[in-house]
Design a protein around this ligand. Sequence first.
Ligand code: 3PG
Ligand code: MG
Length: 399
Amino acid sequence: MSIRTLDDLLAEGVSGRRVLVRADLNVPLDKQTGDITDDGRIRAVLPTLGALVEAGAKVVVCSHLGRPKGAPDPQFSLRPVAGRLGELLGSRVHFATDTVGESARAAVEALADGEVALLENLRFNKGETSKDDAERGAFADQLAALGDAYVDDAFGAVHRKHASVHDVPARLPHVAGRLVLREVEVLSKLTGEPERPYVVVLGGSKVSDKLAVIEALLPTVDRLLIGGGMCFTFLKAQGHEVGSSLLEEEMVETCRNLLERSGNKILLPVDVVAADAFAPDAAHDTVPADGIPSKRVGLDIGPETVAGFAAALKGARTIFWNGPMGVFEMPAFAHGTRGVAEAIAKANAFTVVGGGDSAAAVRALGLDEAAFGHISTGGGASLEYLEGKTLPGIAALEN
Ligand code: 3PG
Ligand code: MG
């Protein structure tokens, strides 16, 4: 990989230079209070920002948050992130109320050496995510005008062909930040020759999101454990009724096909926690996976499944986990995710947790982050990396 790194840039000297850093500060916010509920992604970019501050750069940070539709939308403002970033860095972070407008230009202009400014949400601008090269390019021109060099440290967004990820590096001297380098280094161990047994655990709600990675992983892995909302489409494919659980009817045939081709590699739940409603206080029972009552909704994997998954994980030497096993945000339906996470943490294996939700689950359940080999900041990005896809953000750094 012929990518220049932050160390190369630092060696050139950055004192007094404006360095534009693309970060992924897309953190979860509490719907009621707007508070940051997990600041893992902010912490993950501190090594890069700290090094630039130390070296006396004028640091201009940009990021997306959520999926606003190309126009300002206060619920997706990065302002709370500026506050938290300042606390973690131990210095004030100047906040621009637009991304490339007057406020941004003034904030950048006013930066002293070693100071940091955060621009408002990139996705408040249509050009950021536009499919039209010219529209994206025009926005990239404006963004690039705010820096003399560009650092990509937004691993969670490297799979997006967006202006700040794909087009800005074509306009400025560009390097990979510490987080991007570390993520690629770790994930490449999984696509290379992972130590066996190699066990992958997939959860989350949609099979359709995970289909490509399942296809790509099946020939490589020794075991594929499937839980979370997506397991119900597989259970249906096995011929079971799933009540009012999450179901992607149009994927049933595909899942049946995958099960047929997988030999005994795919392991599905044998019991599930089925509830009266999708609510934290809903009445619920553990039922066999082939006996989900018609009016009930499966919200977690059951204890027998956790034991089976834990047994499969016990002897593993390499583990990749993406996606919660149930609705872990509700304590009644968090046991599956906790049980599987604990089994992964205990295994004598190289373990990688991929994806914002699984990473947040680890922290929300109070598990020791240090018990995992690597917690990736990228969900879609880590999956697409494992699929072997060309990632626009990485490709842009190679040129
Ligand atoms: C993520 O949360 O996976 C990344 O920040 C990318 O966000 P996106 O899926 O909205 O592009
Ligand atoms: Mg995502």
